[in-house]
Design a protein around this ligand. Structure first.
Ligand code: BTN
Length: 240
């Protein structure tokens, strides 16, 4: 199945597969052009953050896109994708918030996750989006989950939803340089307040614990350490 009605400048029309292991892995593996978008009705080995499995049955929106350049600031793509998702949900009457760094929540329940695979030296960045839409939201220990259809109390046309999201995302990607400041402000404004939460950071094989003080506009965070000192972290692996 192919969606052919999108008005896109950077992204390409999505290629739909009945089943893939992971749309992120597919784009990492095959030599496709910049802006390629791959969606799967079902993923057999969907990946979540920190190597977790991402349950991806039919009915959900599972897709990834490819940016072929050496990206020094991959967090900027999380910002663009998160803002596009927030906008498209808002158009459908859903007020979603961004939980730093890459979750989209509605009333505290996780609706969507974003996963970035950045191969800087290979000049390939893959951004994957997983959203519970018409599928039953998976049970996750320690976290509430939801879906678009549960929130709207009706099923949603997946192709149209993806089309709307890609158009919005394409707009954000096209405007990223020109409106960088405004986009980052919007990202900050739409965040769930995570200040004061305990955070675990993995850096060079070490595990560091602290309390999150601020999420900065450059995607870094200010953490209050156990010894009372404050430290800025960027690009490390966080658990919150
Ligand atoms: C998270 O853990 O919150 C991120 C989940 C990202 C899941 C999406 S589904 C499409 C793409 N392909 C994958 O294997 N993972 C991402």
């Amino acid at each position: 199945m192919r969606t052919a009605n999108c008005k896109l400048r950077i992204l390409k029309e999505p290629l739909y597969y009945r089943q893939l292991d992971s749309t992120n892995d597919f784009l990492k593996k095959f030599p496709l052009p910049n802006g390629s978008v791959v969606a799967a009705i079902k993923q057999k080995a969907g990946k979540g953050k920190h190597g977790a499995k991402w349950v991806s049955p039919p009915g959900g929106l599972w897709f990834s896109f490819l940016i072929k350049k050496k990206v020094k600031e991959p967090y900027m793509y999380i910002i663009l994708v998160s803002c596009a998702i927030i906008d498209v949900l808002k158009q459908r009457g859903i007020k979603a918030r961004i939980k730093w760094p890459n979750d989209i929540l509605v009333k505290g329940a996780k609706l969507c996750g974003v996963l970035i695979d950045n191969d800087y030296y290979g000049g390939k960045l893959v951004v994957g989006v997983g959203m519970n839409v018409n599928n039953r939201p998976p049970k996750v220990v320690g976290m509430k989950t939801t879906s678009v259809s549960a929130l709207l109390k009706r099923k949603v046309e997946l192709d149209l939803f993806l089309e709307a999201l890609l158009e919005k995302l394409d707009l954000y990607l096209s405007n990223a340089k020109l409106h960088r400041k405004a986009i980052i402000s919007k990202w900050i404004k739409n965040q769930v307040d995570v200040k004061g939460r305990e955070i675990t950071i993995r850096k060079n094989g070490k595990v560091i614990e602290g309390v999150l003080k601020t999420v900065n506009k450059d995607g870094s965070i200010l953490v209050s350490m156990k010894d009372g000192k404050e430290k800025v972290f960027k690009g490390e692996i966080f658990f919150i």
